[in-house]
Write a protein that binds this ligand. Structure first.
Ligand code: CMP
Length: 132
């Protein structure tokens, strides 16, 4: 996902360019907005964390871009491209180092495993919206 802070600042094109320049193929793409309850479902794994309410209200406050991406070792390659959750710790040149505002408003989300990538792709897209 390209998150609300990045969409609000007009960064969709820059971030998609970084993603495709890094060799990812876009298999599905959508501009949409999460309701609060959809954000709570998407981030249910963090429901006991102190930042959960801030996270879900931020993620539902304005549009996001959802994407399904393809590359060999896509999960780890994408995490390398986006950098650390905390932009002050993210390597130079990573998407979060370049664009993120804070640990919470960190511009992009990437799945943390192949299993979660499938779950998250199916959260955002119906079968016929994903190209194979
Ligand atoms: P993301 O990769 O989408 O996964 C969980 C999100 O929770 C994370 O990016 C941040 O947006 C947010 N997050 C994680 N840790 C913190 C924190 N310590 N304080 C605030 N938000 C956080």
């Amino acid at each position: 996902m390209i998150k609300p802070d990045a969409v609000e600042r007009g960064l969709i094109g820059d971030i998609l360019k970084d993603i495709t320049n890094a060799g990812f193929k876009i298999k599905a793409l959508k501009l949409t907005q999460l309701s609060l309850s959809e954000a709570e479902t998407f981030y249910a794994i963090h429901s006991k964390r102190p930042f959960f309410n801030d996270l879900t209200s931020y993620m539902s406050r304005s549009p996001i871009v959802a994407a399904v991406l393809e590359k060999d070792n896509a999960v780890s390659e994408f995490r390398n491209l986006i950098g650390d959750t905390d932009p002050s710790k993210a390597n130079e040149g990573t998407i979060r180092a370049k664009y993120a505002i804070s640990k919470g408003e960190n511009s992009v989300h990437g799945s943390d495993s192949d299993e979660n990538a499938k779950i998250e792709a199916e959260f955002h897209f119906s079968g016929r919206e994903i190209l194979f």
